[in-house]
Design a protein around this ligand. Sequence first.
Ligand code: HEM
Length: 395
Amino acid sequence: MRIDLVDQDQYAQSGPPLDQLRWLREHDPVHRHDDDPPFWAVTRYEDVVYVSRRSDLFSSERRLALFHEVPEEQRVFQRMMMLNQDPPEHTRRRSLVNRGFTPRTIGALEQHIRDICDDLLDKCSGEVDFVTEVAAPLPLYVICELLGAPVSDRDKLFSWSNRMIGAQDPDYADTDGGEGGAAAMELYAYANELAAQRRANPRDDIVTKLIQPDEHGQTLDENEFDLFVLLLVVAGNETTRNAASGGMLALSDHPEQWERLVADPSMARTAADEIVRWVSPVNLFRRTATQDLTLGGREIKENDKVVVFYSSANRDSSVFPDPDVFDIGRDPNPHIGFGGGGAHFCLGNHLAKLELRVLFEQLARRYPRLRRTGEARRLRSNFINGIKELPVKVN
Ligand code: HEM
């Protein structure tokens, strides 16, 4: 079988190359992608979990340089972000930000999320683009709520977020890479201002919690806080928006599953996990081998690029019975759409699941006759399994 896991056009047309990934799981689970750029493709569940948990063997430092290396001067900025750090540097930051994302803190947002969903759904009438009207604004508005940003700043944050995200696919948000950098700088300055306001006037919110010292007197410095806000906006938006739109697409492709949800909207709880498994909004992440080692019987050299494919691990039949069946009642569902465990496991997983649960519960209650009216347009990206446009009719 011809293997090309990089070709962006293929992702734009039909999403991740699931047939190739299945073949690799069965025949060559740690595959040497020898074309330019060379990397190891890890496709089985068990191996993805192993790589994710062994940050001593597989460094995250260059994870955003997905296949190619990036020049050293561009690396400096990336290295400062938690996502790209390894323990012990990562451990300190992670324990400081964990305070803002406990199940209790996130659970307390449920009513706000319901209100946001209601407002967005109130505005939908007739034929609409699900991405523009629902999937994109929902996570952004939730992050504004989380940060305690005033409603009047939502549009500004929305535009920064779109410009940063759009850097990957110019067609996505009418922008280019340079714009993305400028937007990041503006957002960075905004975060700085937000923190200054909370220092002057502390409130009962996550920003205040994050800028205050923890029980050991440790705190995020200004730069760390601003970078964290930047990471939140990208990591929290791009992923959840595509889980929501990918979930809607899956439900419209499987009308019997939509009917199940309409009959019992409380199934949105298990549906949220199945959507993340099915869509795998983050297709992959890169690690770098820190030493010569063996994985799946293959000899990997120090500094080799090792790429884990969540979209593949989430269809591994050794873990998921009937992996190619979309089943909103699937339980247990040990998917690894939020990462394979270990130090970097998604900080926002409780929040994302809450957003998806509330959204799909309300959609099924309010618009039982919801249906897709045209083709979905996919994002041209081998990193994010995204949808740019999804026409639906809501009543
Ligand atoms: C990390 C997926 C939503 C914040 C990650 C990772 C994945 C992921 C795959 C990397 C895991 C690893 O390397 O082991 C997703 C998916 C989401 C989602 C599929 C939605 C369906 C969110 C939300 C937020 C968020 C809503 C925050 C508001 C983060 C952060 C990290 C992260 C901060 C880095 C954690 C670290 O480096 O320690 N996410 N995510 N994510 N995610 Fe999410």
